[in-house]
Design a protein around this ligand. Structure first.
Ligand SMILES: Cc1cc2nc3c(=O)[nH]c(=O)nc-3n(C[C@H](O)[C@H](O)[C@H](O)COP(=O)(O)O)c2cc1C
Length: 341
């Protein structure tokens, strides 16, 4: 079914086809016909960050930036759904075109630039939530906010989403917001994490509920650098790390006509590097902090490899675009089978 839909959708401009698919999904959910199209995904309960996940396969951030579609997406069998990245103020993102399909390479290049309707809009959507599963909310900074004021943007978002989220992801790894990735290193990282932990403690007291914080990192740092980021996250008692965001590396897609498009590359060519990052994290953290592995998972086998590298949970994005909801079931089954062995 999805193979047929994909044939049609892939004829359209990528951003139009993205909007059309999500609108259709939302409509199917409202009409109550979505279960007809949903694969049944095996249960494989797991506790991570103090939360119970029905299965370890999640939807990665960026597909539902404003919280418009998570009720429908949550019905497709995902064990958790992450929405955002959302910023304090609405912003248009980069000029079009900003999304490119590298079909032969099973990859995507995007330079969306955090196009979103702002945190207040997303919060309104989440307040009306029907989805009962685990919901992560991914937060970022506005493009116009100077790098040295980044913390203020994260804190503004936390104030709004804390009472609504099951976990919050601090995104410091998008390549499409100038300077954002600098927050991953040294004093900038320490200062940011301190501010975020302080805010978490304050909000936990106000809300009477502890909401875990995950930090999402990029793959384009040497292994030593990844290990030192892991040490910093551990020292500041961050609750989880998400690895990885998209890559700037084009070495595996050099022959694509889109290779020179600016932005982050995701999908199959990202699998090896992002899995290596998970391995480095697992070695450094040795079980002291959960790892959410994301990047290049296009099959059940990839899902198993990501878990074997040390991921506690995994997320899909590009693979979901290329393979549709069938990939959720395939990944969950493969992981369950590997676990049983
Ligand atoms: C079009 C597009 C938009 C994305 N937007 C975001 C985003 O807003 N925030 C974020 O943390 N990651 C974003 N990502 C990154 C994904 O969440 C994921 O980390 C990355 O694509 C690697 O996984 P994949 O290879 O399965 O796609 C985006 C990815 C794509 C392809």
């Amino acid at each position: 079914m999805y193979t047929l839909a994909r044939k049609i959708l892939f004829q359209l401009d990528p951003e139009n086809s993205h909007d059309l698919s999500l609108d259709s999904l939302g409509a199917a959910e409202r009409l109550g016909i979505l279960p007809w199209f949903c694969p049944s995904v095996p249960r494989q309960e797991k506790e991570v960050m103090g939360l119970r996940f029905p299965n370890p396969i999640g939807l990665a951030a960026g597909l539902d930036k404003n919280g418009d579609y998570f009720n429908a997406l949550g019905k497709l069998g995902f064990g958790f759904v992450e929405i955002g990245t959302v910023t304090p103020e609405p912003q248009p993102g980069n000029p079009l075109p900003r999304l490119f399909r590298l079909v032969e390479e099973e990859a995507i290049i995007n330079r969306m630039g955090f196009n979103n309707k702002g945190v207040a809009y997303l919060a309104e959507r989440v307040r009306k939530r029907r989805y009962q599963g685990v919901l992560g909310i991914n937060i970022g900074k506005n493009k116009v906010t100077p790098e040295e004021d980044a913390l203020k943007d994260y804190l503004k978002c936390m104030d709004v989403v804390y009472p609504l989220a099951d976990y919050i992801t601090v995104n410091i790894s998008s390549p499409n917001t100038p300077g954002l990735r600098n927050l991953q290193f040294g004093e900038a990282l320490k200062g940011l994490l301190e501010g975020i932990k302080e805010k978490q403690a304050q909000l936990a007291q106000q809300a009477g509920r502890y909401v875990p914080i995950a930090v999402k990192i990029a793959p384009d740092t040497e292994d030593d650098g990844i290990a030192s980021i892991a040490e910093s996250l551990l020292a500041k008692e961050i609750d989880a790390v998400i690895a990885t965001n998209t890559t700037l590396d084009r070495s595996l897609v050099a022959s694509s006509p889109f290779a020179d498009e600016a932005g982050g590359l995701s999908g199959k060519p990202l699998m090896a590097r992002s899995t290596q990052v998970v391995s480095v994290l697992a070695k450094t953290l040795s079980g002291r902090m959960p790892i959410i592995g994301v990047g290049g998972i296009q099959s059940g086998e990839d899902a198993v490899a990501k878990m074997a590298a040390g991921a506690d949970l995994i997320q899909l994005y590009s693979g979901f675009i290329y393979r549709g909801p069938a990939l959720i079931k395939e990944a969950a089954k493969a992981v369950a089978l590997a676990h049983a062995k």
